[in-house]
Design a protein around this ligand. Structure first.
Ligand SMILES: Cc1ncc(COP(=O)(O)O)c(C=O)c1O
Length: 385
């Protein structure tokens, strides 16, 4: 086994979840997914595809109809994007891995903004890259970007910048001015940007297009910018494993080859479901986002009312990221919460060492009452400490 793989840290979120497996009394908010099933008309599209016998390989870059649908969807939200720049992938995580495989050699320098979902720093490490993390800074319970520190970290030796906004786990969302400053800087250093924008629609502030600021709004097609997306969050399709990349035209031929040697293609019936999801997005996503906002606005004030908790409402994403007084070891606290309170949260240090002492609560709950019950459990547990 390669040393880079042996060095990978096992998931601390899994470690907590494993402690609660088989316990039906645990209220679980540890993973980043809704407990609501995919809308039936999306599921029906997959059933119809299978009934038609669509059980064969497809084009490496995806069904032309789906690439067109993604381009039309993207062009509704952002400046026009040609279908020729879209690659369909087997989930967002696969989209990100393909982008890293396409851009990073062993020994290359990669900069990542943290805390962040651990896959984003593990992927370049798997390829043997040197990952330098630049931390967001917590200010009054909210994580903010230190732009000077980030610019100083990105030099002409930096092959790739990886940035996820809206951010899992902090809810940090980049401003347009921050994006422009980073794009200008990376143009000057010749650094690629991999923007993980899977939460772009899960944005709770006013905006022209209902999205968080995107690099697609400001980058030219030929810029060294790759944007990763997923059907998982905005369409309640986590288990389907479907996502996409928006790439500069010059990368498309290589990306087709890379997909051939990774997964060959996304399954056709899944892609058929994706087409319907995009065509009928207005029947899904606005409702999902409105519900998530209700969930956030149910959970965060209740958490904030606990004297031991410090929390700010996330601007985007689907997580409350918060500190509990005296809980200096996140993993230990999360395990104890499962064992002693029947409450399943993710430990902050799963996302970066600087998030030690924080906890992540996924508020994507079909029934917001579960969130209320969860806070009750936390309150009772805290009172007993
Ligand atoms: C920041 C971020 N990017 C990408 C993904 C990938 O999602 P999927 O592989 O389900 O499309 C996730 C999933 O939790 C995520 O949190």
């Amino acid at each position: 086994m390669r040393q880079a793989i042996q060095n990978l840290e096992a998931s601390k979120i899994r470690e907590v979840a494993n402690a609660g497996i088989g316990r039906s009394d645990v209220l679980a908010f540890w993973f980043g997914e809704s407990d609501e099933v995919t809308p039936d008309f999306i599921r029906q599209a997959a059933i119809d595809s299978l009934t038609r016998g669509e059980t064969f390989y497809a084009h490496n870059l995806g069904l032309p109809e789906l690439r067109e649908a993604v381009a039309a969807y993207t062009s509704r939200l952002h400046p026009p994007v040609d279908a020729g720049r879209i690659a369909i992938t087997s989930g967002g995580v696969n989209a990100l891995m393909l982008a890293v495989q396409a851009l990073v050699d062993a020994g290359d320098e990669v900069v990542a903004v943290t805390p962040v979902w651990p896959n984003l720093t593990a992927q370049p490490a798997i390829l043997g890259a040197k990952v330098h993390c630049v931390s967001l800074k917590p200010v009054d319970g909210e994580w903010v970007l230190d732009m000077d520190a980030l610019r100083a970290a990105i030099t002409s030796r930096t092959k790739l910048l990886i940035v996820n906004a809206p951010n899992n786990p902090t809810g940090w969302t980049m401003t347009r001015a921050e994006q422009q400053a980073l794009l200008d800087h990376c143009r000057a250093t010749g650094t690629w940007i991999l923007a993980d924008e899977v939460y772009e629609r899960l944005f709770y502030e006013a905006s022209d297009n209902g999205c968080a600021p995107s690099f697609l709004d400001i980058a030219a097609p030929e810029d060294r910018v790759v944007v990763a997306h997923s059907f998982s969050k905005s369409f309640l399709m986590t288990g389907w494993r479907l996502g996409w990349l928006v790439l500069p035209p010059a990368l498309m031929d290589g990306m087709g080859k890379l997909i051939e040697f990774n997964t060959s293609c996304a399954s056709v019936f899944t892609q058929r479901a994706g087409i319907v999801a995009l065509e009928r997005t207005d029947e899904v996503t606005p409702r999902v986002v409105a519900h998530l906002k209700t969930c956030r606005d149910t959970l965060v004030p209740l958490l904030g009312a606990l004297p031991q908790v410090r929390v700010q409402p996330a601007r985007g994403g689907m997580y409350a990221f918060f500190q509990v007084e005296g809980a200096t070891d996140s993993l230990d606290t999360a395990k104890r919460l499962v064992a002693e309170a029947g409450l399943g949260l993710a430990p902050g240090n799963a996302f970066a060492p600087e998030a030690q002492g924080w906890l992540r609560w996924c508020f994507a709950s079909k029934d917001p009452q579960r969130l209320v019950q969860g806070v009750d459990r936390l309150k009772t547990w805290l009172a007993a400490q």
